[in-house]
Design a protein around this ligand. Sequence first.
Ligand code: FNR
Length: 391
Amino acid sequence: KGLGGIVNMRDFEKTAKEMLSAVGWAYYSSAGDDEITKIANNTDYQKVTFRPRILRQVAKADAATEILGHKSTIPVMISPAAMAKLGHPLGEVNLTRGAGTTGIIQCISSFASCSLEEICAARSPSQPLFFQLYVNSKRDLAAEVIKKVNKLKLDAILLTVDAAVGGKRERDLRLKGSFEPPSTGAYEKHEDTKGVSEAMFAGVDPDLHWDDIKWIRTQTDLPLLVKGIQTVEDAVLAYKNGADGIVLSNHGGRQLDTTSTGLHTLLEIRKHAPYLLRPEYRGQTGVSQALLDNPENLTPPDLKDAKPLDRKFEIWVDGGIWRGTDVVKALCLGANAVGVGRGFLYAQTVGGDKGVEHAVGILQSEILLVMRLLGANKVEDLRPSMVNVKE
Ligand code: FNR
């Protein structure tokens, strides 16, 4: 199918649904129980409205940013999502190529269907790649995977913590889909009788603990982020336990159903632990503090009493991001970047690496449009005062 008719990210979803096998569609689209969190991930963004500023000379707007010090064309990365080959024969390699040519960052799943070697062979020179880690209950297997990640010079590890056990994904269970085991070596083969996701989680250690972060640190010098933080308490614990950042995520609604969303957790952090945010993002939403302090002053400076943390700590958000407006809202509220999971899986299903390129192009033009209409020329210009949040 041509990509010409695809004008937004949801178009990829509609087209992919027609192209995927029943098992593939069930696995990609499924979420926990009644899929309430999956829907909320998207609709929660409607609680945030923009406060556009005008006449700000936006001809030269630029959506580029840095993620963990790596350049990225847009403040969006490819969230780790398993089994890309269910959608397209080249699987994760499509994501690697598409990310390479467009200059964005891909995070590879522990359950990728291509091997790490295959993925790294498709990597363009100095292309950053992150790795998502599930820790196997057999620590020697986990150690092997981390060793490989070090050897292949990947750039960061995201430890997923919202999946002590796999969620109850009923679309999957109904089909009891057959699947080829992932090739990253993250776990062993086993009998496939329970649907794709249940079979995959069999090796993941439900006894993982904060102390395991120390163990991972002994195995690698790479930046380590904790993915799947859903409360401000755990955001603070991740910081205290030495993480380089967190991903506010509920796994695309695929784990515990009726949890709150990444966006909601970001709001919790704003309220109860604002010191985790970069100083200029700790201000209130709505009418800017600077304006309240001094009505003459229309350019919000950093808040007076805001001190930086003792080290860099990035906050990413994923789940339900389909539009440039979603991306920009999360950034206004203090996220350094966001992740997109299903959107990119569907894009590679529909058009392989070209589909991924097309998806990045769509997101980039939407983000630029939003920034211009909002009065922001650079990603760093986005501020809490540019949004209102409905309680
Ligand atoms: C995921 N996700 C995921 N996360 C992770 O840490 N390891 C994994 O192997 C997977 N696998 C996976 C498979 C599929 C099919 C999906 C849809 C998702 C979760 C993923 O990283 C991310 O958190 C969500 O996909 C974000 O939500 P959206 O963008 O899909 O709404």
